[in-house]
Design a protein around this ligand. Structure first.
Ligand SMILES: Cc1cc2nc3c(=O)[nH]c(=O)nc-3n(C[C@H](O)[C@H](O)[C@H](O)COP(=O)(O)OP(=O)(O)OC[C@H]3O[C@@H](n4cnc5c(N)ncnc54)[C@H](O)[C@@H]3O)c2cc1C
Length: 133
C-alpha cells in the first residue's frame, strides 16, 4: 500500500497480497478534479501519474474504472438511528462492520472498533452472563 500526496491518485494497493499479482488498485477518495474527467481521461491521467512515480513498471495491459458514489454511508445528522447493533434478534447471527453502531463515521477505525466490540459480545454470550472476562 502506497500513499501519494500530489496529483489525482491517492492510494495504490498492490493486489498481489490478495492473490492477484500484477493488479494495482488505485483509489481516489472524495470530491475533486477527477469528477470532471471522462473515464478515458481519468484513466490516462492516473496511468501518467503511475509512470512518473514508478518508471520501471510496464505499461498496463488493461484498466477498469469504478466510480462508486455510495461506497460509504453519509454521516449526516440522525444517521445513528439507522445503524444496527452487533447483536441481532436472530440467535447466532452477529453484525460487524463500519455501518454498525460505533459512533464513528465509515472509517477503518470504525470497522476495527465494530469487530472488536462484536467479538467481545460473542465471547461474553458464549461464557454466559455470570462470567467476567
Ligand atoms: C474509496 C474509499 C476510500 C476510503 N478511504 C478511507 C480512508 O482514507 N480512511 C479510512 O479510515 N477509511 C476509508 N474508507 C472507508 C473504509 O474503507 C471502510 O470504512 C472500511 O473498509 C469498512 O470495513 P468493513 O470491514 O466494515 O467493510 P469492507 O472493508 O467493505 O469489507 C466487507 C467485505 O465483505 C465482502 N462482501 C460483501 N458482500 C459479500 C457477500 N455477499 N459474500 C461474501 N463477501 C461479501 C466485500 O467484498 C468486502 O471484502 C474509504 C472507503 C472508500 C470506498
Amino acid at each position: 500500500m502506497v500513499g501519494l500526496e500530489s496529483g489525482l491518485a491517492q492510494w495504490i494497493f498492490d493486489r498481489r497480497c490478495c492473490g492477484q499479482p500484477g493488479l494495482m488498485a488505485v483509489v481516489i477518495s472524495g470530491r475533486g478534479e477527477h469528477q470532471r474527467l471522462t473515464a478515458a481521461a481519468l484513466v490516462d491521467a492516473v496511468i501518467t501519474e503511475l509512470k512518473t512515480h514508478f518508471p520501471h513498471w510496464p505499461a498496463p495491459m488493461d484498466s477498469r474504472l469504478i466510480r462508486d458514489k455510495r461506497a460509504t454511508f453519509c454521516a449526516k445528522v440522525g444517521v445513528d438511528t439507522w445503524r444496527p447493533h452487533n447483536r441481532t434478534p436472530i440467535a447466532g447471527l452477529w453484525l460487524a462492520g463500519d455501518y454498525t453502531a460505533t459512533d464513528l463515521p465509515a472509517t477503518l477505525e470504525g470497522a476495527v472498533q465494530s469487530g472488536n466490540q462484536c467479538a467481545k459480545q460473542v465471547m461474553q454470550s458464549l461464557r454466559g452472563p455470570n462470567v467476567v472476562n
